[in-house]
Design a protein around this ligand. Structure first.
Ligand code: NAP
Length: 491
């Protein structure tokens, strides 16, 4: 009975979202921008209470949450600026040529329009930046899509506080009621019903492979499948080239140790695999990395489920043939903590055993020891789709391994030279997404202004009288946005 109530509530929520969509989709950039800026302001006004609530629920330190809050309000304001400027609609105008032979050319004008109500699943590891007012929500609202957030139960109070802030912003800026809704629930049936509701037009998700893939499967069971943008696991391999390793092993070890253990390893860009060729440089690197990892203390993980999943996946990985523990934190972890670990395995075993390519979400990294370049190439070839791949090498050395770099472009959405994969800059040029199984659609990014592209679709208007065209396509270009008019960019 309770389940029936929850499901009929979802029906009400989606109906209200759809009614809101019919007016929200037509609002101009200024109005949507004002709404997004008001969301940022309302979140700021929650002050320290938001941070302490989120910290109590997730065990993340307040300082980290301060950064996350700045990122969240920052992307709301970034999308506000994008829609206020307006050229994200990619307007194209092709004028009619009535006297063209043998056939006249009609007047055709095209632009992007919002897809409809979007369901967003809050992520456990980013209670602010990838949750209720996260990048999925901000980009969908910017596009003109109402949003229904399925809050993550691991930070239910934080999610509710942010949802209330969004609702206050909607009211203050005169948005249609139903433009935003927040749904609780810890049953998979709730998530399934949201994805399969006939009025849901798209889905944004960050979390486990099993969760993200399940949502894609729910969509594919619909009579009309919808786009599901699931960001799932990634092992973010780091390739350590020999010359650089021999010279800089200590510095590389300390940077990688920090990246592996940052936030108790609970980042989708955590470097879960390292790949290098046998030699003195590698031995020195392993000793230096071991020293660093031994010193790192265990940290309390986001929720007991994540901690127990880390323990069982780690135990399974370490039990595989050929896997040898190189270093572990010198302190003992409690049940809810994750202790940093690094292990190594010969490339031949890694290539034989698909389990070793799976993400162990937490402060763990597996070093793949290659006999030679051929084995290193075989490892690159065997990689699944990734969010990131990293190459650490001297300038000339990287050039000598250009074929590896080129192969990595086929495997990942972001390739990093001489850096670490953790730390995702929010900017126009960022790509956060990669080939399956890193995400369900490698053509899109969930970070940066291009995240809006997930929730829009192109529509061509043929032979429309000027008065009936959207402002973006009117002859006079009243919004003064950049448009491709008869093949030339004009404003
Ligand atoms: P999760 O299990 O994927 O859950 C995320 C959200 O999706 C939750 O709201 C959950 O619903 C929903 N969900 C999951 N499976 C579903 C299904 N079959 N049908 C309907 N809804 C479903 O992620 P999590 O709870 O954050 O953590 C679990 C594991 O995910 C971690 O141990 C880690 O391995 C991985 N993870 C990876 C990343 C990454 O960025 N790579 C980030 C976070 C977590 P309920 O609320 O009903 O449970």
């Amino acid at each position: 009975m309770a389940q029936d109530n929850a499901l009929s509530a979802i029906d009400e929520v989606l109906n209200a979202s759809y009614v809101a969509f019919l007016s929200y989709k037509n609002l101009d950039g200024k109005k949507k921008g004002a709404f997004l800026r008001a969301i940022a302001d309302e979140i700021d006004q929650l002050g320290d209470t938001l941070l302490t609530t989120a910290s109590a629920e997730t065990n993340l330190p307040v300082a980290r949450l301060q950064g996350e809050r700045a990122r969240t309000t920052g992307h709301c304001r970034m999308f506000a600026a994008l829609v206020e400027e307006g050229s994200w609609v990619e307007a194209r105008v092709d004028h009619a040529v009535p006297d063209r032979t043998p056939l006249p050319k009609p007047d055709i004008r095209k632009m992007m329009v919002p897809v409809g109500p979007v369901v967003v699943f809050g992520a456990s590891n980013f209670p602010l930046a990838y949750s209720t007012a996260g990048g999925d929500t901000a980009s969908a609202l910017a596009a003109g899509c109402p949003v229904i957030v399925k809050g993550h139960p691991a930070h239910a109070a934080t999610s509710q506080m942010v949802a209330d802030a969004i609702l206050r912003a909607a009211k203050k800026t005169g948005m249609p009621s139903g433009v935003f809704a927040h749904v609780d629930g810890t049953s998979f049936e709730v998530g399934k019903a949201l994805v399969q509701h006939p009025l849901t037009a798209a889905v944004g998700f960050t979390g486990s492979f099993s969760g993200g893939k399940a949502l894609l499967d729910y969509s594919n069971q619909r009579p009309n499948p919808i786009p599901v943008f699931s960001e799932m696991g990634s092992t973010n391999p780091v390739f350590l080239l020999p010359e650089s390793l021999a010279k800089n092993y200590r510095d590389t070890a300390s940077k990688l140790a920090a990246s592996i253990t940052q936030g108790v390893g609970q980042f989708c860009t955590n470097p879960g695999l390292m790949v290098a060729m046998e030699g003195q440089g590698l031995d020195d690197f392993v000793s230096a990395l071991s020293e660093e990892i031994t010193k790192c203390l265990p940290g309390t993980m986001l929720h007991p489920g994540i901690a127990s999943s880390y323990h069982s996946k780690l135990e399974k990985a370490l039990a595989q043939k050929g896997v040898q523990v190189e270093a572990r934190s010198s302190a003992t972890a409690t049940t809810h903590q994750g202790a940093p670990h690094v292990a190594s395995v010969p490339a031949s075993e890694f290539l034989r055993n698909p389990l070793l390519a799976e993400e162990v979400f937490g402060p763990f990294s597996l070093l793949i020891r290659c006999k030679d370049k051929n084995e290193l190439h075989a490892v690159v070839n065997a990689l699944h789709g990734q969010l990131t791949c990293t190459v650490i090498g001297e300038e000339q050395e990287v050039k000598n391994y250009l074929n590896v770099v080129n192969m990595l472009v086929e495997k990942a959405g972001r390739i990093i030279i001489n850096g670490v994969p953790t730390g995702v800059e929010v900017c126009a040029a960022m790509q956060h997404g990669g080939p399956f199984p890193a995400t369900t659609d490698a053509r899109f990014s969930s970070v940066g202004i291009d995240a809006i592209n997930r929730f829009i679709r192109p529509v061509a208007f043929q032979n429309f009288p000027d008065a009936l065209l959207p402002d973006e396509l009117k002859e006079s270009n009243p919004l003064h946005i950049w448009r491709l008019v008869d093949g030339a960019w004009t404003r």
